[in-house]
Structures are given as C-alpha cells and as structure tokens.
Design a protein around this ligand. Sequence first.
Ligand SMILES: [Zn+2]
Length: 110
Amino acid sequence: MIYPYLCRDCGLEYDVEKPVAMYDSPEICIKCESNDVQRIYHANYAILGAKSKDAYYDVSLGKVIMNEKDRKETMKIKDVIEIGSETKESLHKHTVVAKQKEKQKQWDDL
Ligand SMILES: [Zn+2]
C-alpha cells in the first residue's frame, strides 16, 4: 500500500510504500528527517478503498467487477445490455426502435 504523508516541519508531501500491517509505524520526513509527520487522508484514496471493498464476481459477466464504472465498461465490451433496472415497457420500446431501424435500413438498401 502507498500511504501519503505530510511533514509538519517543511511542508513536504510524500508517499511511503509499506505493507498494511505497518500502517501505524512511525515515519520520518524524507527531506528534513523530522519525525513530526502526519499521515494524510486523500479523498481519492478513500474512494478507491471503499470501492474495492465492493468488488464482487459478476456471474453474468464472468468477471470480477470493481465498481459501477467497471461494470458498465465491461458490459459495453462484452456487449451486454442491462435489464432489471428498466421496465418491460422501455425494453419493449428499445426492441421496437431497433426493428424500425432494421426495416428502414432494408428500405435504404433497395
Ligand atoms: Zn520535512
């Protein structure tokens, strides 16, 4: 894991790579060697952490899905259409539109 730190003496922000088990181990500033350093909490890191906890194996996609974005991208790559969140009516509408387009294409080809 990479943990970001801030030196309260010289203001340097730097990353320390260490195992999760070493999370609370004291650090010294890599620039001024002060031991008055503070671990900083980056919102980006937090989101990443929270999302990866949500990772699950999606049976229908045959892949471990990391988050909602990953799921949507995987669906796009695998050409999977999302059902379940849509009503039957809107699904039907999609089918009708697709059929109409197909018909139009046939006419255009003539
Ligand atoms: Zn420093």
